[in-house]
Design a protein around this ligand. Structure first.
Ligand code: AP5
Length: 216
């Protein structure tokens, strides 16, 4: 099964992806994670992406094209994948269609995490991440047992550079302008599962699980 997960910043794409890949044995591909890794390693892609990401703007489509093509050159995607945060523009969606066609693959479903902008503020400003194992926390909704420390591996939690109100405003505006129209684009292909992402993590997962089991 090949899936896309779409939603505004903080809608829960990463949280839900972590659960879905374990339950459905999928490979998780997050362009946000790939770009943050490139920034951390100071690669040429990272050097281009850094400014855009810190400001909350989208990284240019050509850069995203290159990292996606490189990702498909690895041979671990035959049993199913979940794209998180990609595609984000119509050009990226059209590019993905072409890439998949060449590889004789297709998208089976697009999960849309639907949530109002107001609900996202605490999710974004309260998010804390484990830099070692990637576990996602929230100081309002999912606190670690010991403040600032990862329950799973004991590393010190960090906050993302773009998790502030100023950057969130730009990220939301990019989302509404460029990414939200993709829901209609994929609805025309009859691929979209709309989900109320304001509910608790377990409720959201159950709804997606039962939908995906219906596809298998
Ligand atoms: P990316 O990393 O994709 O960030 P994003 O889209 O802004 O989404 P987030 O990671 O902020 O949120 P999420 O939906 O994953 O929420 P999470 O599960 O963590 O991209 C970052 C940047 O990279 C972009 O701004 C852009 O610059 C660039 N980029 C990436 N891909 C690109 C592309 N394709 N093209 C161009 N540029 C690109 O949850 C958030 C918080 O809420 C957590 O604390 C979590 O614990 C909590 N939470 C989650 N679900 C629930 C729930 N149901 N109830 C209560 N709390 C919840």
């Amino acid at each position: 099964m090949n899936l896309l997960i779409i939603g505004a910043p903080g809608a829960g794409k990463g949280t839900m992806s972590d659960i879905l890949i374990k339950n459905f044995d999928l490979v998780h591909i997050s362009t946000g994670d790939m770009l943050r890794e490139a920034v951390k390693n100071g690669t040429p892609v990272g050097k281009i992406a850094q400014g855009y990401m810190n400001a909350g703007a989208l990284v240019p489509d050509e850069v995203i094209h290159d990292i996606i093509v490189e990702r498909f050159s690895k041979d671990d995607l035959d049993n199913g994948f979940l794209f998180d945060g990609y595609p984000r523009t119509k050009a990226q969606a059209e590019d993905l269609s072409l890439i998949l066609k060449q590889l004789n693959k297709k998208i089976d479903a697009v999960i849309n995490l639907d949530i109002s902008d107001e609900d996202l503020v605490k999710r974004i400003t309260g998010r804390r991440l484990c830099p070692a194992c990637g576990e996602i926390y929230n100081i309002y909704y999912k606190k670690p047992s010991k403040e600032g420390i990862c329950d799973k591996c004991g590393a010190e939690l960090i906050q993302r550079k773009d998790d502030n109100l100023e950057s969130l405003e730009t990220r939301l505006s990019e989302y509404h302008k460029n990414t939200q129209p993709l829901i209609e684009y994929y609805e025309e292909m009859d691929l979209v599962k709309n989900t109320d992402a304001s509910k608790g993590v377990d409720v959201v997962f159950e709804e997606i699980r039962s939908f995906l089991e219906g596809l298998c």
